[in-house]
Design a protein around this ligand. Structure first.
Ligand code: PLP
Length: 394
């Protein structure tokens, strides 16, 4: 007899979450891991943000709110985006959500139907594929060139567009490679999509963790004359070290945001009320904490990249944002029991106690993803273990 819906059978457990679970299991047996698995900041949430949630709880601001969030939090999101990127979203063009993932999930569910195609650049964040398939859509993968630092080009996107293309997902900087879509390509893709009636979903998860130039964040949302074709999904998770708070948002044209809020009204309702107050403090308060953390990530990136250079055979593009490196380990593929990235990742875990995520989860075969949002000590320890591990692969 049939138990499960076709819908649930179309998706898989998030690969990064599976690795995290196995790492937690090993940790609980007392093993000292060098953990580069989870994609989350090692920094604590800044004090003024925590205090705002504590104050909200003390004031009994703990009841239901409007599904899309209290007006103050939506105003804070719109104001932050306007100040940083010159956009002009209004409160009713903003929906606060339980994390950026919920905002993306809702956006895709309201835009994508059975048979619709969604363009997804490779390497991609694990969840896009499953969220699209859950909606009944088909992900259409667009390769990027490792020799060009995995930068997406407008030409590659154009070549993948068909009559059935409904959406294009653009994530910059990317998880897992930390690559950035060049500004000119970003603008061309948005203009092209606008002309063709295709929605561009901007996943701005890492846009404040930008290391290019002076580190100033950029947003495709700045192409404001195409705003009817743009939906922005953002999150406070990485920018303010708030992963566990579950605070994200969608910005977009009023009818799309209304549909997203309608879906949310029939699933989770509003995101946690004290979290909304914490988000206001994060967005309206001093942004110095964001810059401090960004600088911290640049140092850690340079440290881990320098370390990988000392391991023969491993090559690595230089990430321009986010907090991941994506080394190519294919030089080791002719070794016994290490002929795929997954096999290398699982041997790294069991033999060297180093946690990373194999590239297959992100749509490439030859890479491993390391999150360097961790201490310099863990980075040094992990690199030492990897030097020994790769040196001993036969
Ligand atoms: N988008 C990308 C590319 C991510 O890497 C993540 C988290 O890892 C998210 C979206 C969602 O983040 P959250 O749901 O914590 O806001």
């Amino acid at each position: 007899t049939k138990i499960f819906s076709d819908r649930i059978n179309r998706i898989e457990v998030s690969a990064t979450m599976a690795i995290t679970a196995e790492a937690l299991r090993l940790k609980s047996t007392g093993i000292d891991l060098a953990d580069f698995g989870a994609g989350e900041p090692h920094f604590a949430t800044p004090q003024h943000i925590k205090q705002a949630a504590i104050d909200a709880i003390e004031k009994n601001l703990t009841k239901y709110t409007a599904v899309a969030g209290i007006p103050e939090v939506r105003k804070a999101i719109c104001a932050r985006h306007a100040a940083d990127f010159g956009t002009d979203y209004k409160i009713d063009e903003c929906c606060f959500a339980t994390g950026g993932k919920q905002a993306l999930f809702n956006a895709i569910e309201v835009l994508v139907d059975h048979g619709d195609e969604v363009i997804v650049p490779v390497p991609y964040w694990v969840s896009y594929k499953d969220i699209i398939q859950f909606a009944g859509g088909t992900p259409v993968f667009v390769k990027t060139d490792e020799a060009q630092d995995f930068r997406l080009t407008a030409a590659a996107v154009e070549a993948a567009i068909t009559e059935r293309t409904r959406c294009i997902i653009l994530n910059s900087p990317t998880n897992p490679a930390g690559s950035i879509i060049p500004a000119a390509d970003m603008e061309s893709i948005i203009r092209l999509a606008h002309r063709r009636g295709i929605v561009v979903l901007l996943d701005e998860c890492y846009n404040y963790l930008n290391f290019e130039g002076e580190g100033k964040p950029t947003s495709g949302g700045s192409v404001t004359d195409c705003r009817d074709s743009i939906v922005i999904c953002g999150t406070l998770s990485k920018t303010y070290a708030m992963t566990g708070w579950r605070a994200g948002f969608a910005l977009g044209p009023k009818p799309i945001i209304a549909a997203i809020s309608k879906l949310q009204s029939q699933s989770t309702s509003n995101a946690s009320t004290p979290v909304q107050y914490a988000a206001i403090a994060a967005l309206n308060g001093s942004q110095d904490c964001v810059e401090e953390m960004r600088k911290g990530y640049v140092e850690l990136r340079d440290r881990i990249l320098a370390g990988f250079k000392t391991i023969p055979g491993i090559t690595c593009t230089v990430p321009q944002g986010a907090f991941y490196v994506y080394p190519n380990v294919s030089a080791y593929f002719d070794k016994k029991d290490a002929s795929t990235a997954s096999q290398i990742a699982s041997r790294l875990l069991s033999e060297a106690h180093v946690v990373c995520v194999p590239g297959e989860a992100f749509g490439t075969e030859e890479h491993l993803r390391f999150s360097y949002a961790t201490s310099a000590d863990v980075i040094d320890k992990g690199l030492e273990r990897m030097r020994t591990f790769f040196g001993g692969l036969v």
